[in-house]
Design a protein. Structure first.
Lengths: 308, 308
């Protein structure tokens, strides 16, 4: 890792520095610890006046340490402290049965299923568009402007329209959310795959031509394999975007279930801790999903003889 | 013998100056023997083509660029008999690679006719009559060496067992048995280029087009591969068209050396070069070798190729 040298001084002395686990995790641990420290300081500063005003309103005597303790344990802080978020997160993950509406697992699964369906739809659609663009100049000229335009309209404005229109067509629940998520995530896949399908070396394309290969053979034996690195790069972007799409799509649906619904409910009732716990869940979900794509990329790379 | 055809051609195109020294197109004894059977049959040029591996007549290629017209090739004619080893030598921009690409139907001439094995270049390509070796090995990095060799065979629809047999046979021919399961990055540049030669031979085309195949290799590897290529040519009896920058390489390998000159790309000399077929690198020390090399050098100089 390139930044391990930066982090090493923080990990302390001697032979420990050379330990492979230290070398591997020291950089990320340093950053996490720094962020948490900053977070605590920010929580202290942001909640300070809130807590102090609270004491003054009740006209109870207080000391500085009382205020400090208060900023770390307020019920509705401006910025909850990390341990509050983590304990709220742990409570809502482990404290209820996974099918209970108060369980974060339940909401995560709702969002996850919309994300995965949207990701699958969007990726397939994105690849199909890329294929059309690569194989036809006319389609490239006619489709590309629309594809770019589609991404310039804020999804927050489009999502309610989607929900209403699809609802009028009799589609409710999972599908409208997936379609909004697919609408967001097809774009990086299309852009990446157009690049990928056109990435083969001219010599390799000439070779296929000297063998008078059919366009289908060129696609299967040359363009597809050449596009694989681009595919995974775009899928990593696409899967995190489709999670965002699914969460955004949950906002205008009235917030029955899903991480988006939790965020919405949290903001209605000023439950900042609940919002942060839901955000934490979304972040963990996203890194898990990206990790899955990463894993698929590694496996594919091994099978394709990528230089280690 | 070949004069009637030459005459009829010159009647139509008085400016044909393919063989400046006035020699008949085929100087090698093998071809002149074959010729006699058909010489009296007809004076129609097309009927004489079957024994010609390549027949280029009055071919020109003009590009339109921002600075105006560029004559990549200007009124070039060349006949290559089956079994010959013809080298094209000349400075950059003289059209030697273009010539090869025209013969391979990777580019089309602006005017003139081009026959390969007696049929139009496009037809020859569709019938997979030639194998092409590029400057770079252009192996497919996600395929093992064996699978790279099999690629043209897959494209052409050979059976699985035939593919296996041929891959083994041609890997042996280029001394790479045992490397079947390796990936291209695990091989040296010289080995990779040998794989690409084996790949070009794997479907047994009668004609081998080689565009500076050893240009990127160091001299020791190059000498070694030159000897191997010569043996291969001797063993298989293929017709080889070989583009090179190196005078010793051209003289060592060829039965005929075509000296070309740029602006406009044209042939300025065709030199016969008939060393014994089983020659070794030692002939480079002989006066005959030096004589031919000298004539090539004179030809290059006459084309003012290095003066500009």
């Amino acid at each position: 890792m390139t930044n391990s040298a930066l982090a090493l001084p923080a990990t302390g002395a001697g032979s420990l520095r050379q330990h492979p686990l230290v070398l591997r995790y020291a950089p990320i641990a340093t950053i996490v610890l720094t962020l948490i420290a900053i977070w605590y300081v920010a929580a202290l500063l942001m909640n300070w006046s809130l807590v102090r005003d609270g004491f003054e309103r009740e006209e109870t005597p207080y000391t500085v340490s009382d205020v400090i303790a208060g900023t770390m344990s307020a019920e509705r802080p401006l910025l909850p402290a990390p341990h509050q978020v983590i304990s709220a997160f742990a409570d809502s993950v482990f404290g209820y049965a996974p099918s209970a509406p108060r369980s974060l697992v339940y909401h995560a699964v709702v969002t996850l299923s919309a994300t995965l369906l949207g990701f699958a739809l969007g990726s397939l659609f994105g690849i199909a568009l890329a294929l059309m663009i690569v194989h036809s100049d006319v389609l490239e000229k006619s489709l590309l402007p629309w594809i770019i335009c589609s991404q310039m309209v804020p999804i927050l404005a489009l999502a309610p329209i989607f929900v209403v229109v699809l609802g009028a067509l009799g589609l409710h629940g999972l599908l409208p959310k997936s379609i909004i998520s697919a609408y967001l995530c097809f774009f990086p896949v299309t852009v990446g795959m157009v690049k990928g399908f056109t990435s083969p070396d001219p010599m390799q394309l000439d070779l296929m031509r000297t063998w008078s290969a059919t366009p289908r053979q060129v696609l299967a034996k040359l363009r597809w394999p050449s596009a694989v690195p681009y595919l995974f790069a775009s899928l990593k972007v696409a899967i995190s975007i489709s999670l965002i799409g699914a969460i955004v799509a949950e906002l205008p649906t009235g917030g029955e279930a899903g991480i988006g619904a939790r965020l919405l409910a949290g903001s209605y009732y000023g439950q900042t801790i609940q919002i942060w716990a839901a955000l934490l869940a979304a972040a963990l979900l996203a890194s898990g999903l990206i990790g899955l794509v990463d894993f698929a990329e590694k496996i594919t790379g091994l099978r394709m003889g990528v230089r280690p | 013998m070949a004069l009637p055809r030459g005459k009829s051609l010159k009647a139509d195109h008085p400016d044909v100056t393919l063989h400046p020294d006035g020699r008949a197109p085929f100087a090698a004894p093998i071809e002149s023997v074959r010729m006699s059977s058909e010489a009296e049959a007809t004076v129609e040029p097309v009927s004489m083509t079957p024994r010609l591996a390549v027949d280029v007549r009055n071919v020109s290629l003009t590009f339109e660029t921002g600075d105006g017209k560029v004559d990549a090739l200007s009124n070039v004619s060349l006949q290559v008999a089956e079994g010959e080893f013809v080298s094209f030598i000349g400075p950059s921009g003289c059209g030697k690679t273009t010539m090869l690409r025209l013969i391979a139907d990777l580019q089309q001439p602006t005017s003139g006719t081009l026959l390969v094995n007696g049929v139009a270049a496009e037809q020859a390509r569709l019938e997979r009559r030639y194998g092409y070796v590029f400057q770079a090995p252009a192996l497919f990095p996600w395929r093992t060496i064996e699978k790279n060799l099999k690629l043209p065979l897959e494209v052409m629809g050979f059976s699985d067992s035939e593919q296996r047999q041929r891959a083994a046979r041609y890997l042996e021919l280029v001394n790479l048995t045992g490397f079947e399961r390796k990936y291209p990055w695990q091989l040296s540049g010289g080995m990779q280029q040998r794989v690409s030669i084996a790949r070009a031979l794997s479907f047994d085309p009668a004609l081998l087009l080689m565009d500076e195949p050893f240009g990127a290799l160091d001299e020791i590897v190059r000498d070694h591969l030159n000897e191997q290529l010569l043996q291969l040519w001797n063993k298989t009896g293929k017709t080889v068209l070989f583009v090179t920058h190196s005078i010793p390489e051209a003289v060592f390998l060829s039965t005929k050396i075509v000296v070309m000159s740029p602006r406009p790309g044209r042939i300025i000399d065709v030199i016969d070069c008939n060393f014994p077929r089983d020659r070794t690198l030692e002939i480079r020390e002989t006066p005959e070798f030096a004589g031919i090399a000298q004539r090539v050098r004179m030809g290059l100089r006459a084309g003012h190729s290095y003066d500009e």
